[in-house]
Ligand binder design. Structure first.
Ligand SMILES: Cc1ncc(COP(=O)(O)O)c(C=O)c1O
Length: 382
């Protein structure tokens, strides 16, 4: 038989899945692995989707998205992200994941280079490979901040774009305004594009404010801003997100959508419409709870002896395990087998995190306390 697609074959099967298969049939497992919030999807969203289905909204949606939804997304981006967009600058996607695909499909040609800080979200690496581009990793500083000189040194004549994900999965780092401005300067000076993945924009602590690079001078024509309803509305399974970009780039995304997925779930878009009309005050107590979880994990992991950076945003913490051996895959497997705690090995997030773990604190304080007790016992037994 002839060889199958190298681009797809070469991507590893999800090691997270492999790890989680160790948990099969066990009821005592506490998961710090999942990248999804644990609160209930707000009622107005569920009601609107149910009503849409009852009203017979089961046909194809407009490729770019429902017109009211596009208006509301554009309004949200203008008001919250301070980017001057209209409906012609927006497309609805199947979650943040397809928003990434849209960005890659519309920007890159074979051999183009994309620079990102590493460790970073796993999909960028393999989605990049699917589109034939070279993902160039710039190692983050020890506190997970970007190494701006290193990023600059990695720009070549093949570089097409820089990608920022702030607040970040897996490190919890959030760029400062100055760091964003410096990246923006590099983008403009070198005639690049900037992809800004803002799916965690609402998960920021200690008064840190989210800044959308697309709002800065000269950046509107160069920035692909992507986001999703997944994390803010605890709606990862509803699979809706969006991209904001210059209209001619959105046109390419629409074309790509037409010939691949042919649109997003129509009824679900009515849920997104209601979500965007909601008073964002609903999220205040949730963020407070996530902050308590963050502080608990930071304190306990530091006390246990991990090398920990206090996260500034998102809901992940990425402790270093060098004191306890440096193989994160082995550590994760053993802590799952012996203590029934699911933790993602850092090794899957690029070339610079083999000696780290990624823990999600999107679970209850009780679960986190118990998980930390178990991890402490495990570490003592080493
Ligand atoms: C940084 C980042 N971008 C995008 C996504 C994908 O979001 P979605 O679940 O909406 O596809 C995730 C999901 O975990 C993420 O962490």
């Amino acid at each position: 038989m002839k060889e199958l697609s190298q681009r797809v074959s070469q991507a590893p099967k999800s090691q997270i899945r492999e790890l989680f298969s160790l948990a099969a049939g066990r009821s005592d497992v506490i998961s710090l692995g999942i990248g999804q919030p644990d609160f209930k999807t707000p009622e107005p969203i569920i009601k609107a989707i149910t009503k849409a289905l009852e009203d017979g909204i089961t046909m194809y949606a407009p490729t770019r998205g429902n017109s009211e939804l596009l208006e509301l997304i554009a309004k949200k981006i203008r008001e919250q992200n301070k980017i001057d967009v209209g409906v012609e600058n927006v497309i609805v996607s199947n979650g943040g994941s397809q928003a990434i695909t849209f960005a890659f499909a519309s920007l890159f040609n074979q051999g183009d280079e994309l620079i990102l800080c590493s460790p970073n979200f796993i999909s960028y690496f393999y989605c990049g490979a699917f589109f034939g581009l070279k993902v160039v990793e710039s190692k983050r500083n020890d506190d997970f901040s970007p190494n701006l000189d290193d990023i600059k040194s990695k720009i070549t004549n093949k570089t097409k774009a820089i990608l920022i994900n702030s607040p970040n999965n897996p490190t919890g780092y959030a760029f400062t305004r100055k760091e964003i401005e410096e990246v923006v300067d590099m983008v403009i000076e070198n005639d690049l594009y900037l992809i800004s993945d803002e799916v965690y924009e609402n998960y920021l602590y200690d008064g840190t404010v989210h800044i959308s690079p697309g709002s800065l001078n000269g950046m509107q024509e160069r920035t692909i801003t992507l986001n999703a309803m997944s994390k803010l509305f605890s709606a990862t399974g509803i699979r809706l997100g969006y991209v904001a970009a210059p209209a001619h780039i959105i046109d390419l995304m629409e074309k790509y959508q037409q010939y691949t997925i042919a649109g997003t779930n129509h009824a679900a878009q009515f849920g997104f419409i209601e979500a965007l009309k909601m008073d964002k005050g609903f999220f205040k107590p949730i963020l407070k709870e996530f902050n308590s979880r963050r502080l608990l994990c930071y304190k306990r992991l530091s006390e246990i002896g991990f090398d920990v950076v206090k996260p500034k945003g998102a809901f992940y913490i990425m402790p270093g395990i060098s004191k306890f051996g440096s193989d994160s895959m082995k550590f994760s497997k053993k802590v799952m087998q012996e203590k029934a705690v699911a933790i993602v090995p850092g090794a899957i997030f690029g070339s610079y995190a083999a000696d780290r773990l990624r823990m999600s604190y999107a679970t209850s304080m009780n679960n986190l306390e118990t998980a930390m007790d178990r991890i402490e016992d495990f570490v003592k037994s080493l």
